[in-house]
Ligand binder design. Structure first.
Ligand code: ADP
Length: 486
């Protein structure tokens, strides 16, 4: 610990010393002269008055010198005695101003001051206390500032605080990153230069003028995304204390794009599902009404055909509800029951389910087993096979060929389902695995499709930590490639 250099108030000590010394000298001179005058007038008629005066002068001079030297020594000591604590106080006040963190703690020891006069001691002790309190407060403040800046930096939302003129007070690194604002170095742009979105400028302006918190939702172009992102911006007023006027406004930019998208997906899903359910239900209702009318009038000729249609629509409803339930189970996070399963066993099980459909379209299914087994949920893998092979059977013409290949790849088992059907146009490929997405809606419905088969396949593959992708060119057939990680 460095002990600061002691400060001694020479000026005040000099003033004290010379001021008193002059006083002593003047007193001595006046006393000398008055004594001399008294001696002279009293002994005026004495014979040797001049000799007596000369002796008296000698005596006075030596007395004068002795008293002066004695007083000077005494004054020097007392000047030091009184000026020293003042020097220490001045020194302490200077330290206070500098908030010098290197001050020797011992220099504040009140014991050191015990020999000083009471009031000086009290004053210095009070100053020491102020110093100590101030230092604790400064340390607390700087710690709080560090914690706050760490917090602001760690928040994933962008933060921007501006003053009353819209000039930035501070912003976090996330804000700098999102809106490409230079941090430090170059002067940061003002609010209106950073944003051209009227809602944001209006929001900040209102908070600055009313002092009330506001939430603004708007789309903003960011530095990292091609499309604008949706933000919910909470803007709060900044005040030094509760009743003080607003000196700025702080906005937290919370990215709600994903939330909005999932909300959109949910709305679309409910719309699509309702539509899919309504179509067969409307058809069933229509034919039941017709049947009721026919029975009233005694007509029975069309009943068999109508009942067939009703039965087909009921089947469609059952498929749809089953597929919806399957999707919801997969999405709700239900665990897989994985084991080492034989590829041949699973494939044969799936093909047995589809045999009537395959035979009806006179298609040829060839299977190649380059991989004998895999670690997966057998029920779900069979579902993948059924959905993909069934699609191939449905969408390729009669008499064509379907190939099922099980093979090993790097750290994975791969299942390929190839057909030489019509293929899938490129513009549909990106959205093909979305729920209810179909290339040809009419054709899919006619085949009893729900539009959920590929979506279920995608979810099953994702649950296995794998993936499914499509390779297809119109007119050249399609290949669905499922990768199960080992
Ligand atoms: P769907 O119940 O309609 O079959 P899917 O999700 O299983 O629903 O398939 C989505 C769409 O992808 C189908 O409607 C169909 O248009 C197309 N599709 C799927 N497999 C094939 C294939 N092998 N060949 C041609 N088109 C296919």
């Amino acid at each position: 610990m460095i002990r600061p250099q002691r400060y001694f108030p020479w000026k005040i000590a000099r003033q004290f010393f010379f001021g008193h010394l002059i006083f002593v000298i003047v007193t001595l001179i006046l006393t000398g002269f008055s004594l001399r005058y008294y001696v002279f007038t009293t002994f005026l008629n004495t014979k040797d008055i001049h000799g007596a005066l000369a002796r008296f002068d000698n005596y006075l001079t030596s007395l004068f010198l002795t008293v002066m030297i004695g007083s000077a020594v005494y004054l020097a000591f007392s000047a030091r005695y009184y000026a020293r604590p003042l020097g220490r106080l001045i020194q302490r006040a200077r330290e206070l101003r500098r908030m010098d963190a290197r001050i020797d703690e011992n220099s504040m020891d009140p014991d050191e001051l015990s020999e000083e006069p009471g009031e000086w001691y009290d004053l210095e002790r009070a100053l020491n206390r102020i110093h100590k309190d101030l230092r604790t407060k400064t340390e607390d403040l700087s710690r709080e500032r560090e914690e706050l800046s760490a917090l602001i930096g760690a928040v994933s939302d962008a933060i921007l605080a501006v003053d009353r003129n819209g000039e930035p007070l501070f912003f976090n690194s996330q804000f700098a990153l999102l809106f490409r604002v230079a941090k430090g170095g170059a002067k940061a742009l003002s609010l209106s230069e950073t944003f051209r979105v009227p809602e944001i400028l209006q929001g900040y302006r209102e908070v600055l003028s009313t002092g009330q918190m506001r939430i603004v939702t708007t789309a903003i172009h960011t530095a990292h995304h091609a499309l604008p992102r949706h933000f919910a911006i909470s803007i709060a007023p900044l005040r030094t204390s509760e009743n003080e006027p607003v000196y700025g406004a702080l906005g937290i930019f919370h990215d709600v794009t994903e939330l909005k998208q999932s909300e959109q997906i949910r709305i679309e899903f409910v719309g699509n599902a309702s539509h899919e359910l309504r179509t067969p239900l409307t058809s069933i209702k229509g034919y039941v009404e017709t049947l009721k009318d026919d029975f009233k009038t005694g007509r029975t000729d069309g009943a068999g055909q109508f009942l067939d249609i009703i039965s087909r629509n009921v089947d469609r409803l059952i498929f749809l509800v089953n597929d919806l339930l399957d999707l919801s189970t997969l999405e709700s996070g239900a665990e897989l029951t994985k084991s080492v399963v034989s590829t041949a066993e699973i494939t044969e099980g799936a093909l047995k389910q589809l045999e009537t459909k395959r035979a009806a379209k006179k298609q040829d299914i060839q299977v190649r087993y380059d991989a004998d087994s895999l670690h997966a949920d057998p029920r779900r893998v069979e579902q993948v096979l059924v959905n993909l092979v069934h699609n191939a059977i449905k969408y390729i013409p009669e008499g064509r060929r379907i190939d099922i290949i099980w093979e090993h790849a790097r750290h994975a088992t791969v299942l390929r389902i190839q057909d030489n059907g019509p293929g899938i146009p490129l513009e549909h490929q990106a959205r093909l695995f979305e729920r209810f997405y179909r290339v040809d809606v009419g054709r899919s419905r006619e085949q009893g499709g729900t539009g959920l088969g590929l979506s279920i396949v995608k979810h099953i593959m994702l649950k296995h930590g794998g993936s499914v992708r499509l390779q297809s060119r119109p007119g050249e057939g399609s290949e669905f490639i499922c990768t199960f990680p080992e």
